[in-house]
Design a protein around this ligand. Structure first.
Ligand code: ZN
Ligand code: ZN
Length: 251
């Protein structure tokens, strides 16, 4: 028997036992409930999981991931891009797992603002299959849009970091924190236009030195795309040649 297993930190040591007891007590006092319908049992019950509006990858735009844009996309065509002062789409491709509806919104809120960090692996595992095989050829480094310092303090964790780690682990890809924490302007207090301007401007890379040649940016919800586009621009300026984005939901 090794010295390690005799210590109180070992798998059957005092800490592990205390942890299990705490879990049992917590589960008794505050049983796990579905983040969407509040039914006791699982974090996401089978009915609510089935009710999510999963994107049909065959019908989605292969460039921007719009759920019905496979043949003709109304969201990444030249007119739409010109509206956001762009000639080309800033990512090589983007994809999402679900269309943002009430259920998906509740799930994201429970995760981000309800402090339910146990949802990270669940959400990450719903997202990972939406990475098409050809994105994996260059083994992109998975990264995330960091929360502001204020949001991180309020939540006690960075939800983007947790989800992106799960996505990286389930695809066997490297993970890195590449972006600097944005300034703490609360995005929710800004108008849609100001939010886009603020976020695009606020994102910058937080690391010095060479970057991976391919990156996959993970985020929870794509609303206007501005945040993600800002991330793509920062990566492009730093010489990242392959840029992909994956979000859980798409508005
Ligand atoms: Zn449910
Ligand atoms: Zn498109």
């Amino acid at each position: 028997m090794s010295a390690r297993s005799l210590s109180s930190d070992g798998p059957h040591g005092h800490r592990a036992i205390a942890h299990s007891i705490r879990q049992v007590v917590e589960e008794t006092l505050w049983p796990t409930r579905c983040a969407v319908c509040d039914r006791p049992g699982d974090l996401l019950c089978e009915d609510c999981r089935r009710a999510l509006r999963f994107v049909d990858a065959l019908r989605a735009c292969p460039l921007c991931g719009a759920p019905h844009g496979a043949v003709q996309c109304t969201e990444c065509n030249p007119v739409m891009l010109a509206g956001s002062h762009r000639d080309v789409f800033p990512f090589d491709a983007m994809a999402s797992a679900v269309t943002l509806d009430d259920g998906a919104r509740r799930l994201v809120l429970a995760y981000k603002d309800g402090g339910e960090h146990r949802l990270a692996p669940l959400i990450g595992e719903l997202m990972a299959p939406y990475v098409p095989p050809h994105w994996l050829r260059e083994r992109p480094t998975v990264t995330f849009i960091p929360s502001t310092r204020t949001a991180r303090l309020r939540r006690g964790f960075d939800h983007g970091e947790l989800t992106s780690r799960t996505v990286a682990a389930s695809l066997g890809l490297p993970h890195a924190s590449l972006f600097a924490m944005p300034h703490s302007t609360d995005q929710r207090k800004l108008s849609r236009h100001d939010r886009a301007a603020n976020m695009g401007a606020a994102l910058s890379l937080g690391i010095a030195g060479p970057l991976p040649s391919a990156c996959l940016v993970v985020d929870d919800v794509c609303t206007t795309g501005a945040t993600l586009y800002g991330a793509a621009d920062a990566l492009a300026q730093a010489g990242v040649t392959r840029r992909y984005a994956l979000t859980f939901a798409r508005a």
